[in-house]
Design a protein. Structure first.
Length: 184
């Protein structure tokens, strides 16, 4: 069982993005991209069937066990994706990072930029020692993001994650505070 973060999401800015606390008001924008089966292909949740599903999805992320940021472009409030920390373990000072992004924004380095802005917060004020991530072996895009973040592949977790269509293997990646850029 994970612990509850005792940190509040702070707004972060990068050259191209604004990361702000995820809110229920983001459900419409998230629904607009999460209905795409291609976008949900490597997620643990299905393409969103309706707005009520998305509202419940967002409420789950803001209920306290996650630190969840909406990814937005500076000139637009609409969420184009999310980056979040979850599975926090206080004693081990570790958590997992995950993300999703609207299909039209893939391949532009936006997730790398957004997650890269979260890492210093996770290793700094949040106080983490280790950040993990998992991705399906076929998810080449996420694997590239994790490697660009300085994460190292530590192995394959066989059938470790249940999804609506069965169990899936996941590749485990991690980065330590001492290895992260500016993490010392």
């Amino acid at each position: 069982m994970s612990d509850i973060f005792d940190f509040r999401v702070v707004e972060l800015r990068t050259p191209r993005l604004r990361l702000r606390a995820l809110a229920v008001e983001d459900a419409g924008a998230i629904f607009a991209y999460a209905t795409n089966p291609e976008m949900a292909r490597f997620t643990l949740w299905p393409a969103h069937p309706n707005l009520d599903f998305t509202i419940g999805f967002v409420r789950h992320f803001i209920a306290g066990e996650f630190l969840a940021w909406a990814i937005a472009e500076p000139e637009n409030r609409d969420a184009i994706g999310m980056v979040f920390l979850h599975s926090f373990h206080r004693h081990h000072r570790k958590a997992e990072i995950a993300f999703n992004l609207a299909r039209p924004h893939w391949g532009k380095g936006m997730v790398t930029e957004a997650a890269g802005a979260v890492l210093p917060v996770a290793f700094g004020p949040v106080g983490l020692h280790r950040i993990e991530a998992t991705c399906m072996p076929e998810n080449h895009g996420s694997r590239r993001v994790l490697e660009k973040l300085g994460m190292k592949k530590e192995g394959r977790l066989r059938q470790s994650h249940a999804r609506y269509d069965g169990y899936h293997d996941m590749d485990l990646y991690a980065v330590l505070k001492e290895d992260a850029v500016g993490g010392k």
